[in-house]
Design a protein around this ligand. Structure first.
Ligand code: ADP
Length: 299
C-alpha cells in the first residue's frame, strides 16, 4: 500500500470535433494526466490523490466529479469561491493544432497559499509528483511553501518526483525559470526531463548532459525522455542508455511525457528495476501517441 499525491493544475479542454465550429469539453493538465494514468496502472491497494485548488462554480464541480470518477483521491482539494478553473481551446489550422489559454486567474494558482494545508496533504504520502508547470503558475512565495513541504516529506523518507516540463511562456523570464527548476530538482529524488526542451533552455548537447546536470544538483535518479530516440538514465551516479519503443504511426504526441512518467512511476512504486520502469514508461507513451487526445483508455 502506497500513497502518491500529484500536485498541479487541471484545466477544461475544448477540443474540435468533426463538426466545424463545435467543440467537446474535457479535462486535462500535465500533472493530472500523469495521476490519471497512474490510477489506471496501479491496483486498488495503491492510493493516488490529486491536489489542486478549484472554484465554487459548476465548471469546478464538474471537474471535481471527473477527478473522483477517475478514482483519484480528492479529499484535500481546496475550494476558492471567488475563482474558477483554467480553460484552453484547441484549434486546427490546416491539420496543425494551436492552443489558446485562459488560466491567469485560475484557482490552481492559489494551491500552495497555505502551509498547513500542504503539510496535511503530504502528511502520509510516500510519493509526491509535481512539475515545472505546477511551479510556474504559483506566486514566488508559494513556490517556497511548496518546496518546504516537499523537503519535509523527503526528510521523512518520501520520494519527490519532478518533471521540469519547461514552458517559458508561463514564466516572467527564462532565467527565473532555470533558477526555479534547478532549485526544485535539488530537493527531488527523481527528475524526469525531456531532452529536447532541456537542450533549448539549458544548452545540453546530449541526454547525458541533461542527466548529469540534474544529478549534480542533487537528484538521486534522473530519467531523460528523448522523443523517438534512446533515453538516458543516471541512478546513484551510474549512467545507462535505454532503447526506445518503435512506433510506426504517431497520431498525436499530446501527453507523451506525462504518460511516460506514469508508466515509469507505477513500475517504480512496485519496486521494479530501473530499466524495467523505463520500458514500462516508453510502452505506455507509445500507446498514447498512437491515439488522439491526452487521456487514452488503457484497456
Ligand atoms: P514530451 O512529450 O514531454 O516533450 P518526449 O517527446 O521526449 O517528451 O516524449 C516522451 C516519451 O514518449 C519518450 O521518451 C518516448 O518514450 C515516447 N515517445 C515520444 N515520441 C515518440 C516517437 N516518435 N516514437 C517512440 N516513442 C516516442
Amino acid at each position: 500500500m502506497t500513497r502518491t499525491v500529484c500536485i498541479g493544475e487541471c484545466m477544461i479542454e475544448m477540443a474540435p470535433t468533426d463538426i466545424t465550429g463545435q467543440f467537446q469539453m474535457g479535462f486535462a493538465g500535465d500533472t493530472m494526466n500523469t495521476a490519471w494514468y497512474l490510477r489506471g496502472l496501479l491496483g486498488a491497494e495503491h492510493q493516488v490523490d490529486y491536489f489542486t485548488a478549484l472554484g465554487g462554480d459548476s465548471a469546478s464541480r464538474q471537474m471535481l466529479a471527473f477527478l473522483r470518477q477517475a478514482g483519484l483521491g480528492v479529499d484535500h482539494i481546496v475550494q476558492r469561491n471567488d475563482r474558477s478553473v483554467g480553460l484552453y481551446l484547441i484549434q486546427l489550422d490546416n491539420g496543425e493544432r494551436s492552443f489558446s489559454y485562459w488560466r491567469g486567474q485560475s484557482a490552481a494558482r492559489t494551491l500552495a497559499q497555505d502551509n498547513t494545508v500542504l503539510e496535511a496533504v503530504l502528511k502520509d504520502a510516500d510519493y509526491a509528483y509535481f512539475s515545472g508547470i505546477t511551479l510556474a503558475i504559483l506566486p514566488p512565495q508559494d513556490r517556497a511553501h511548496l518546496r518546504d513541504a516537499l523537503v519535509a516529506l523527503r526528510a521523512r523518507g518520501g520520494q519527490i518526483v519532478f518533471d521540469p516540463n519547461l514552458r517559458p511562456a508561463l514564466w516572467s523570464d527564462p532565467q527565473e525559470m532555470r533558477d526555479e527548476i534547478m532549485a526544485s530538482a535539488a530537493i527531488s529524488t527523481m527528475v524526469m526531463p525531456s531532452h529536447e526542451d532541456e537542450a533549448t533552455w539549458f544548452n545540453d548537447r546530449a541526454p547525458e548532459a541533461t542527466a548529469w546536470r540534474y544529478a549534480a544538483a542533487g537528484a538521486q535518479t534522473v530519467v531523460v525522455k528523448n522523443g523517438a530516440g534512446a533515453m538516458f538514465t543516471c541512478d546513484g551516479g551510474h549512467g545507462a542508455w535505454h532503447d526506445p519503443v518503435a512506433v510506426k504511426d504517431v497520431v498525436d504526441t499530446t501527453a507523451a511525457g506525462d504518460s511516460f512518467n506514469a508508466g515509469f512511476l507505477a513500475a517504480a512504486i512496485r519496486s521494479a528495476p530501473l530499466s524495467e520502469a523505463v520500458r514500462s514508461g516508453a510502452q505506455l507513451a507509445s500507446k498514447v501517441i498512437q491515439s488522439r487526445g491526452a487521456l487514452v483508455a488503457l484497456s
